[in-house]
Design a protein around this ligand. Structure first.
Ligand code: NAD
Length: 296
C-alpha cells in the first residue's frame, strides 16, 4: 500500500481521504483547518504540520482545493512551491475543479521537474465522496492513468480516462454545463405544469416515462416533496451549492471563449444561476433554481 499526501480536506476532500485510509493506504493529511485534519486523523490518517510535510515522502499526492489559483500557487508559483519537495517519480492527482489551461500549465511544469501531475476532477457530490462512488474524469498519459487507477478506485466507482492532460477538466466543464441546462429546463417545465394545475409528482412521472426523461427527473427532482432524500425535500440544504455551479459555469464560459465554441444554452443557464445567486441563494443546492421561476 502507498504513502499518500492529501491536501484540501473540505466537504469533498475529507471523506475522500478517509476512503483512502479505509483502502489501506497511509494518508498524511493537511488542510488550513485543524478541525478538517482531525476528522481524517480520527479515522486513521496522520496529521501533517504543513503541505510540505504531507508531500515529502509520498508516492502519491491528492489535492482537492477550491480553484485554479490555489492549485497553481501551492504547487508552482507560491512562496514555497511543493514541486520543490515532491520526491522523484511521485504522481500528483489533482481532483479540484479548475480550468483546463491551468491544469495543462501545472502538468507541464511538473514534467519539467521530472514528476507527474494529472487532472482528475470528480462528479457525484459529497454523497458520492462519502460512499466512495465518485466518477473521476482523468486527463493523463496511459502510463499515468494506469498508475493512478488503483488509488482512484478507493474513492470512486467509475474512473474514465478522458484523454491527455487537461482533458479531465474539459469533460467536467462539459458535464456540469449540461447539468445546469438540464436542471433549469426541468424546473421550467415542472413550473409551467404546476401553474396549469398539474400535480408535480404526476407530471414528473409522465415526463420520466416520455421523451423528456433526464437525470434531474430520475434522481434529483427540484420540487419539494416529490422525491425523498434529495435536497429539494430538505429546504435545498446539502447537495451541490449554487455558488459552485456558478463557478463551474464560469469555467465552461471561459472554455467556450478560448475554443470559439457556441454555448447559447450554457450562457443562458449561467445567467439564470447568476440571478438566483444575487437573490441570496448561493448557499442553497442548485436544484433550488426552481424558485427563480416560482418567484416571478
Ligand atoms: P471546500 O471549500 O469544502 O474545501 C476546500 C478545502 O481546501 C478547505 O478545507 C480549505 O481549508 C482547503 N484549502 C484551501 N487552500 C488550501 C491550502 N493552500 N492548503 C491546504 N488546504 C487548503 O470545497 P469542496 O466542496 O470540498 O470542493 C473542493 C473542490 O471540489 C472544488 O474545486 C469544487 O468545485 C470541487 N467539487 C465539489 C463538489 C461538491 O459537491 N462540493 C462536487 C464536485 C467537485
Amino acid at each position: 500500500m502507498a504513502t499518500i499526501g492529501f491536501i484540501g480536506l473540505g466537504n469533498m476532500g475529507g471523506p475522500m481521504a478517509i476512503n483512502l485510509v479505509k483502502g489501506g493506504h497511509s494518508v498524511k493529511a493537511f488542510d488550513l483547518s485543524d478541525e478538517a485534519i482531525q476528522r481524517v486523523v480520527s479515522e486513521g490518517g496522520s496529521a501533517a504540520a504543513s503541505a510540505k510535510e504531507a508531500v515529502m515522502d509520498a508516492d502519491f499526492v491528492v489535492s482537492m482545493l477550491p480553484a485554479g489559483k490555489h492549485v497553481q500557487g501551492l504547487f508552482v508559483t507560491g512562496d514555497d512551491p511543493l514541486f520543490e519537495y515532491v520526491k522523484d517519480g511521485a504522481l500528483i492527482i489533482d481532483s479540484s475543479t479548475i480550468d483546463a489551461a491551468t491544469a495543462r500549465q501545472v502538468a507541464d511544469a511538473a514534467q519539467a521537474r521530472g514528476i507527474s501531475f494529472i487532472d482528475a476532477p470528480v462528479s457525484g457530490g459529497v454523497g458520492g465522496a462519502v460512499a466512495g462512488t465518485l466518477a473521476f474524469m482523468v486527463g493523463a498519459s496511459d502510463a499515468e492513468f494506469a498508475k493512478a487507477k488503483p488509488v482512484l478506485d478507493c474513492m470512486g466507482k467509475n474512473i474514465f480516462h478522458a484523454g491527455a492532460h487537461g482533458a479531465g477538466q474539459v469533460a467536467k466543464a462539459c458535464n456540469n454545463m449540461l447539468l445546469a441546462i438540464l436542471m433549469t429546463g426541468t424546473s421550467e417545465a415542472l413550473n409551467m405544469g404546476m401553474k396549469n394545475g398539474l400535480d408535480p409528482a404526476v407530471l414528473s412521472e409522465i415526463m420520466k416515462q416520455s421523451s423528456g426523461n433526464n437525470w434531474a427527473l430520475q434522481v434529483y427532482n427540484p420540487v419539494p416533496g416529490v422525491m425523498d432524500g434529495v435536497p429539494s425535500s430538505n429546504d435545498y440544504q446539502g447537495g451541490f451549492q449554487v455558488d459552485l455551479m456558478f463557478k463551474d459555469l464560469g469555467l465552461a464560459m471561459e472554455m467556450s471563449q478560448q475554443s470559439a465554441s457556441p454555448v447559447p444554452m450554457g450562457s443562458q443557464a449561467r445567467a439564470l444561476f447568476n440571478l438566483h445567486k444575487v437573490n441570496g441563494n448561493g448557499g442553497l443546492d442548485f436544484s433550488s433554481v426552481l424558485k427563480l421561476y416560482q418567484d416571478q
